[in-house]
Write a protein that binds this ligand. Structure first.
Ligand code: GCB
Length: 611
């Protein structure tokens, strides 16, 4: 078997879109792979057999089977698959011509790359099993150089989205388990020796650091980074270290610099190159402040799932990312929490372009088998994919290794391992994990979860005024940690059905949700960091109502978590404006952002001042 690989900077490569309508076979009993004796089925769907003679016993036929759009989740494309959790076989033909085979000169290598396939994918070409990838949100590629010839080929992918106790995520989550080839599938060409990975970013001491991985390396290759008019040698594995005065990327000021990584062979002949647009900024923690470019920066955030703004489907690609970020911009946010798993690469790129800071998260979520070494291995692999893909993104300031995990020695060891690994791979960014807070009758909360020792930012999900606590006492609540680190409220919120109005004491009304936001905001106002408090920001739960099978209340939830500031069809609820006004108020205090204000912003600030 070939196995999977990870190619970063795909957008800089020659690619052919393999999206469109793929033929599919739904296979709840997995008979397309396994025979009746539990062995590998020699006539399995991966063979893509066709009946050639009237006597041929072939009991499937992709050519006449249903189709599904790729990229896309299967749940929202076919109502029979809405709740489906199991295997679907995807098949498409790949037509290869001589120009593709030679796209990067003699020895061109070809890969099929997947933005994500939820949850486990087996890839077959012309009946041959090539690779398996585990993890529903990570990018991967499969080399097909040896298999592809000029002509038509059968590409079959078995995608299985069953929930299992030893998967990440595991059995329960408060979001839809969208199955399928949910992100782009592409054929990618590279030269025979190529830059499989190439990244550059700014370290906290403002030096520029970067490195590359050369695949197919020959001894006399040379790698150079071209940046801001300079050419700097990179020694693969040891990287580069540069003291260069570049204009900084900052929240609200998204300055991006073109960079090129060049790979040259013997005598300086060009062998490969990768282009990127990269911003440079520093990020660190000082006491209870998050400091960006030397400036304490309050994170005016919002959390979001990877769900399209309308239609309740899995989002993918640049258009969905732009639409989501339009709404984040409308809020006046400078920070987004990309919850609860790896979003697609376009999200961090859009954040780069907009000057919005980002938190990236692994799906280490409720009920993970922390005592299982294989589960830890998979978490490590998912982390590696995420860091490798996004570590040139200036917007990304934080890797989150988990959400809401119950403290236990196994859990803390597991997550400490991931936190250390994130730092080893990328010492330039912060590490965090969203912690669970449980109800107490107190208005004094001290976070002492032992994981606090292993993170840079103590992120807290708290549902005062919703799952517990009186709304009236939210504003009086005081938060501290045992760690002298910034506190970030990664979640708070309340459910409201858009268009449902009433008294602010009645749950599910927009008024109730808005009132919870007002109290939470008042609490934050009273203890912002760099003014004596410890709260360095928030990313309330959540931008938009999102599909969740556990949300069953008829007439109100109907399969949606209703904590969105926007309805599932992108209509703002009252709380949207409450949060926006708070962020407007904060922006006045922030010099970097002030330069970016439009006339409309200034008018809004004046209005906020008058209130
Ligand atoms: C949480 C979870 C999030 C849920 C949210 C809720 O704490 O982190 O995934 O959707 O609460 O609405 O209960």
């Amino acid at each position: 078997m070939t196995g999977t690989t990870l190619i970063t900077n795909l957008l800089s490569r020659q690619r052919w879109d393999l999206g469109g309508q793929w033929r599919v076979i739904v296979d709840p009993y997995e008979m397309g792979y396994v025979g009746i004796m539990g062995d590998r089925n020699p006539r399995g769907f991966f063979r893509d057999f066709h009946q050639r003679h009237p006597g041929d016993r072939v009991e499937y036929d992709f050519d006449t089977s249903a189709t599904l759009m790729v990229p896309g989740d299967w749940n929202t494309q076919d109502e029979r698959l809405f709740y489906y959790e199991g295997t679907v076989w995807y098949r498409r033909h790949v037509d290869v011509d001589a120009s593709m085979m030679g796209a990067c000169g003699p020895g061109t290598r070809l890969f099929v790359s997947f933005g994500a396939a939820n949850h486990t994918a087996r890839v077959f070409l012309d009946g041959e099993e090539l690779a398996t990838h585990v993890g529903g949100f990570g990018p991967f590629a499969v080399e097909v150089t040896e298999q592809l010839t000029v002509g038509r080929h059968s590409l079959v992918v078995q995608v299985d989205n069953r929930r299992e106790p030893d998967r990440i995520p595991a059995m329960r989550s408060d979001w839809w388990n969208f199955g399928g080839l949910t992100r782009a599938v592409e054929l990618v060409a590279t030269p025979p020796v190529y830059l499989r990975d190439a990244w550059v970013t700014m370290a906290p001491d403002a030096s520029i650091v970067g490195d590359v991985v050369v695949d197919g390396a020959e001894d006399d290759m040379q790698v150079t980074l071209e940046i801001a008019g300079r050419s700097v040698p990179i020694s693969p594995g040891d990287g580069c270290f540069l003291d260069l005065d570049v204009e900084r990327w900052a929240p609200g000021r998204p300055v991006l610099h073109p960079v090129r990584f060049r790979l040259d062979g013997r005598g300086g002949t060009p062998a490969d190159h990768v282009d990127d647009l990269v911003g440079f900024r520093t990020v660190e923690v000082e006491g209870t402040d998050v400091v960006v470019n030397g400036q304490p920066t309050f994170l005016r955030g919002i959390s979001t799932h990877a769900e399209a703004l309308s239609g309740g489907r899995r989002s993918h690609g640049p258009a969905d990312a732009a639409a989501i970020f339009d709404r984040i911009d409308d809020l006046g946010a400078n920070f987004v929490r990309l919850a609860h798993y790896q979003h697609d690469e376009y999200m961090a790129r859009e954040a780069d372009r907009r000057g919005i800071l980002a938190w990236c998260e692994l799906p280490v979520y409720w009920g993970i088998a922390f005592d299982d070494a294989a589960v830890l291995d998979n978490a490590r692999a998912q982390l590696d994919e995420l860091v490798a893909r996004d570590r040139s993104r200036a917007s990304v300031i934080m890797w989150s290794v988990a959400n809401e995990t119950m403290p236990s020695p196994d859990r803390t060891a597991f997550l400490a391992d991931l936190a250390d690994r994130a730092r080893r791979h990328d010492p330039t960014r912060l590490v965090s994990a969203a912690l669970l807070t449980l109800p107490t009758a107190d208005t004094e909360h001290t976070i002492d979860d032992p994981l606090g020792d292993h993170v840079d930012v103590v992120a807290v999900n708290q549902y005062l005024g919703w799952y517990y606590g009186d709304r009236e006492t939210i504003a009086d609540t005081r938060w501290s940690t045992a760690f002298n680190k910034p506190i970030l409220f990664t979640e708070f919120g309340a459910g409201a059905k858009a268009g449902r109005h009433g008294d602010d004491g009645e749950i599910w009304t927009e008024e109730f949700q808005a009132a919870v936001y007002a109290e939470q905001i008042e609490m934050i106002r009273r203890q912002r960091s760099s003014r004596g408090g410890a709260v360095a920001g928030c990313s309330p739960w959540i931008l938009k109502d999102f599909r969740a099978p556990v949300r069953v209340l008829p007439g109100i939830q109907d399969g949606y978590n209703r904590k969105g500031l926007l309805s599932e069809e992108n209509e703002p609820k009252l709380a949207f404006d409450v949060l926006r006004s708070f962020y407007d108020e904060l922006r006045v205090l922030e010099p970097t952002d002030r330069r970016q204000l439009t006339d409309l912003d200034i008018q809004r600030l004046r209005d906020a001042d008058r209130r």
